[in-house]
Structures are given as structure tokens and as C-alpha cells.
Design a protein around this ligand. Sequence first.
Ligand SMILES: [Zn+2]
Length: 288
Amino acid sequence: MGIGAFFRRLFRPGPIQVDYSGTADDRLKSLWRERHKLTGHAVDELTKELARRGIEMRSAEPEPKVEPSFDPAWRAILQKRVPFYDRLPPARRARFEQKLAQFVETKRFVPADGMTITDEVKVVIAATACRLMINLPILFLEPLQWVKVHPKAFRDSSGRTVCGIGCREFVEIAWRELLQGLKNPSDGFNPGYHEFAHVLDALDGLDGVPPCLSPLLYGYWVEVMNEEFVRAVRGQSWLSPYSATDKLELFAVATEMFFEMPKTMRTHHPDLFEILAAFYRQRPSGSR
Ligand SMILES: [Zn+2]
């Protein structure tokens, strides 16, 4: 039986009621069940089927034993430029600072178009990357070698004016637009989150599906994102119109909106919110 037929056999559309108690996996199972009126047995069957087809969770490698040094002077930069920093609970803030220091130490920052690379530039760019990474292994960013920083929006190789470019080994980012994105933390625009989402996506091939999804999450991810893409192409999506470009952009745009407008996303699109929360292993503050 093809995977399409397998899905069709199992799924019947229905209204969605999400049970928010329990773990992230429980929530996903609850979403599946409610969305398709599946029995627990059918969910297990689907999980096994996906696993049998080689769609398995690859376990993350352990964190490296590097002790990066977070310079206390960076706190003033973060307080000035990065509004979410002060809202991080203490335990998360410590993890965030550690990952940020590791990012600053291990990535090469390259100036473009007359840009000057300062500690402020490094720390602010690292902050947007590490917000995504708070509960993900920092090794996910290991292939990333360098970040080229432009003073403002720039032309890409096809002549389009862009705020950033993101792939497995490098990111290019427009400093002015990055600061604008951070200054308005709830408008759904942040080129830093956007480009670093592409970096994560590209880890196992740039296809709009990030790495290390459990079989359950993988199946749900593909279905929800495909449906959303169809809506985006028709101009009916809640996500910004750029998400209709292709599925890579859909994931990057959804990431921006997940971190900047979590409450609205959770209210209007619980499916999308839950799959992103399950991947990033966090529920941004303000989502409840
Ligand atoms: Zn993009």
C-alpha cells in the first residue's frame, strides 16, 4: 500500500480539540486522534508504519564539552537590542547565554559592503540564532561556518533585494533589518529567525522539513505543512504571503511567526503551533 493510501485509510477530517496536558508527544498524539478521529491503536500503527519506511528519529548527539565564556558585558547589549532576553526564565537564560557564547566563539563573522564587525553585531546575530537553539543541541549549527553581515538589505545573486540568505554552511544577514526585526518583537518579521531556520532545515537537506523529527511528528509535520502550503498558494493562509514561495520559505516564515506571534498562532492554528513547539522543544512566552 502506498503511503498516500495508508494515510487516506486512517484519516477522516474532523474538528480539532487539543488536550494541552501531558508531554509534547502526548499533545501530538491527541492532535492526531482528534483531527482524524483515530484510535490509539491506529496512531501506534501509523507510527510503526512510518518507522518501517525508514522515517525514524535520529537521536541527537551529546553536547560538546566546550566551556565557552560568556562575557558579562554582553548583557548590556542584549538588554538594549534583544527584547526577549529579559523575559527568559533564569534557567533558560543561563542555557541561552552558554549557547550564545559558543556561537560567538565558533562562527566566523565576515563584513560586507563596508560593515564593521563589533561585539554588538556578533552578540545580536548570535542571539537570534540561539533563541531557536535554547532546547536544541547546538551541534545542529555545527556545519554553519560563517555569517556575512551587510549594513542593510542587499542584492542576492539573482539581483533581488533581500534581508538575508540562509543555508547549511553560511548565513548572510542585513544588520539594519535585523535590528528592526528585534525592535518589533511581535510583528512576525525577524530575518535572524528566518535565516537560521533555513540553516536547521538544511542540516539533512533543504526541504522544509527540519532534522530529528520523531516518526509521529514527521507524519504530522508533512501533512500540516502541505495543507498550509496549499492555503498559502491560494492566498488563504494566516502566514505572510512569502510563505507561498515554496515549502522551505513556509517553514522559515512559520518559524518567525511562531516566535513573534505565538499566542495568535496557537489560537488560530494549533496544528502549526504544536508541530513547531514539538520541533523547537519550547513554547515561546506569551503563547498561553
Ligand atoms: Zn527564506
